[in-house]
Design a protein around this ligand. Structure first.
Ligand code: PEP
Ligand code: MG
Length: 569
């Protein structure tokens, strides 16, 4: 047995078998040109690999159909058509017959050439197919080179994924029935893979350095997402012990469910709001089930990331409206897309950057791509006719950005008016407070908008200059740092002085150990993943507001993160 430690990123215990997930290097034969092999035998191998790829794509298509419906499944028909393109096949076989290339080299050249050709077409739809075709081409090559393709959407029962990193798009296609947890080598508590794990309610441990070279595929493993611990090849006694712990956790959750319909009010009568964070319409059920009375953050970028093309106004409108209708007049805060940082969008063809978190991200992309932004704003506005919608801009760092975004929003309203589409004329508009500049002059921003929401995930990384996803500096990353706490207090006071409301939708809001402090600081609303809602509500119900304010004064007088955490205990 072996014990490893990482960072607990999503609570709970999971017991299962290891699946190592990493993109294997494509290993080509040493010789590039045909020698003993004949062109005919190479072409047969090429065709067989193509047929195998087609069978795999059909099987994925049918699984997607069962899980996500016809719309998503039909995308794979397009992929199969690309794979079967006769011109492409002719080109590749010519490279074998005429140039004497071995099949893998001919195929690689064929794929690269095809991608190049697609990327130069005028038709934006076809241009956007480049990323798809790269995917399909890699599958075909892997099959030709006999490299096993690991598919996250189709797992064995009780799988625990061990990987260097799980990107948000990997997480999005996870086979949730069979994936019981995951372990990564890199990342921190507020990296997006960790946030996704929490919203999916699967245990996860991140930042477990060099685990891939330590584990074997199929090895028994226990992960403890509360403690950030991993046990490889555990003894039967330990398995029993964790089985008990797992059941206790399930019972504790059952117990908390009794609080579902209670309002989050302190013993001395101070009421706050508890809302849920979502990434896609399907997440709403868990939020409603938790008893949360609104959506404090809808991360719309996942709609963009889970699509193979830029979602149209109609597609976005349908997704937003579904959420709004399900929430039944409770507030739904729709954040405009926050691509960039650790969230990529292949079809937008963003350049690689040295400092993506300080670069072309979120509102900065939206303001440059005005038509794309307007498409999203019109879709949100149209959905606002069906309930209580609020619009929120991410990563705001200057007043100029807010004014520009609002000006574009007004253009969208006028366009909808002109074609007679309904929307909420009193729609509230707010910003994320997640950059130091917005926190420091929050009192100026407060005059420009209707509400604030504090994004502690980014606020912490930008205030402390500590990458939120870098396990090497994860011990420096804490929203309990006195500088971050003071920034939060500043934002709350600025909002209240101006008479606007302020919520928090960063992960700190769902940290039950921070609840009394945030309550004392005067936070109006706490927004978090559904799995944290009842734990935080439980805390609020136990608190006294006047005590929490005294406690806030004590905590804010501390000089170091360690002293703050010590006082919390
Ligand atoms: C945040 O930064 O705290 C936040 C809620 O936004 P995201 O995690 O999506 O960057
Ligand atoms: Mg953020």
């Amino acid at each position: 047995m072996m014990r490893l430690t990482g960072i607990g990123a999503s609570e709970g215990v999971a017991i299962g078998k290891v699946l190592i997930f990493h993109q294997e290097e494509l290993e080509f034969p040493k010789e590039k040109f045909l020698s003993s092999e004949t062109a005919e035998s190479e072409i047969i191998k090429l065709e067989e690999a193509m047929k195998k790829s087609k069978t795999q794509l059909i099987s994925i298509r049918e699984k997607v159909r069962a899980k996500l419906g016809d719309d998503k499944a039909d995308i794979f028909d397009g992929h199969i058509l690309l794979l079967e393109d006769e011109d492409l096949m002719d080109e590749i076989t010519a490279k074998i017959k005429e140039d004497g290339l071995k099949a893998p080299y001919a195929l690689k050249e064929g794929i690269d050439g095809y991608c190049e050709m697609l990327s130069q077409l005028d038709d934006p739809y076809l241009r956007e197919r480049v990323a798809d075709f790269q995917d399909i081409g890699t599958r075909w090559l892997k099959n030709l080179l006999n490299i096993k393709i690991k598919d996250l959407s189709n797992l064995e029962p009780n799988t625990i994924i061990v990987t260097n990193d799980l990107t948000p798009s990997d997480t999005a296609q996870l086979d949730l029935e069979n994936c019981k947890g995951f372990v990564t080598e890199v990342g921190g508590k507020t990296a997006h893979s960790a946030i996704m794990a929490r919203s999916l309610e699967i245990p996860a441990v991140v930042g477990t350095k060099s685990i891939i070279t330590t584990v074997k595929d199929g090895e028994d493993i226990i992960i403890d997402g509360d403690e950030g611990e991993i046990y490889l090849s555990p003894t039967p006694e330990l398995v029993k012990e964790f089985e008990v712990k797992r059941l206790e956790q399930i019972n504790a959750i059952e117990e908390l469910r009794k609080l579902k319909d209670l309002k989050p009010i302190t013993k001395d009568g101070h009421e706050v709001e508890i809302w849920g964070n979502i990434g896609k319409p399907e997440d709403v059920e868990a939020v409603i089930e938790s008893g949360a009375t609104g959506i404090g953050l809808y991360r719309t970028e996942f709609l963009f990331m889970n699509s193979d093309h830029m979602p149209t106004e109609e597609e976005q409108y349908r997704a937003y409206r579904a959420v709004v209708e399900k929430m039944n007049n409770n507030p739904v805060t729709i954040r405009t897309m926050d691509i960039g940082g650790d969230k990529e969008l292949p079809y937008l063809d963003l350049p690689k950057e040295l400092n993506p978190f300080l670069g072309y991200r979120a509102i900065r992309i939206s303001l440059v791509n005005k038509e794309m932004f307007k498409t999203q704003l019109r879709a949100i506005l149209r959905a606002s006719a069906y309930g209580t919608v609020k619009i929120m801009y991410p990563m705001i760092s200057s007043i100029k950005e807010v004014r520009l975004a609002n000006q574009i929003l007004e253009e969208c309203k006028a366009e909808l008016d002109a074609i007679g589409k309904r929307f909420d004329r009193n729609i509230k508009v707010g910003i994320m407070i997640e950059t130091p500049s917005s926190a420091i002059i929050a009192y100026k921003f407060a005059k420009e908008v209707d509400f604030f929401s504090i994004g502690t995930n980014d606020l912490t990384q930008y205030f402390l200059a500590v990458d939120r996803g870098n396990e090497m500096v994860s011990d420096l990353y804490s929203a309990f740092n006195p500088a971050v706490l003071e920034a939060i207090q500043k934002a709350i006071d600025a909002a209240h002085n101006q008479g606007i409301s302020i919520s928090m939708c960063g992960e700190f809001a769902g940290n039950k150990d921070a609840a009394e402090l945030l309550l004392g600081m005067g936070l109006d609303a706490f927004s978090m993943s559904a799995s944290s809602v009842l734990k935080v509500k439980n805390k609020i119900l136990e608190c006294n507001y006047t005590d929490a304010q005294k406690y806030r004064d004590l905590i804010l007088s501390k000089d170091t993160t360690e002293e703050v955490i010590e006082s919390l205990r």
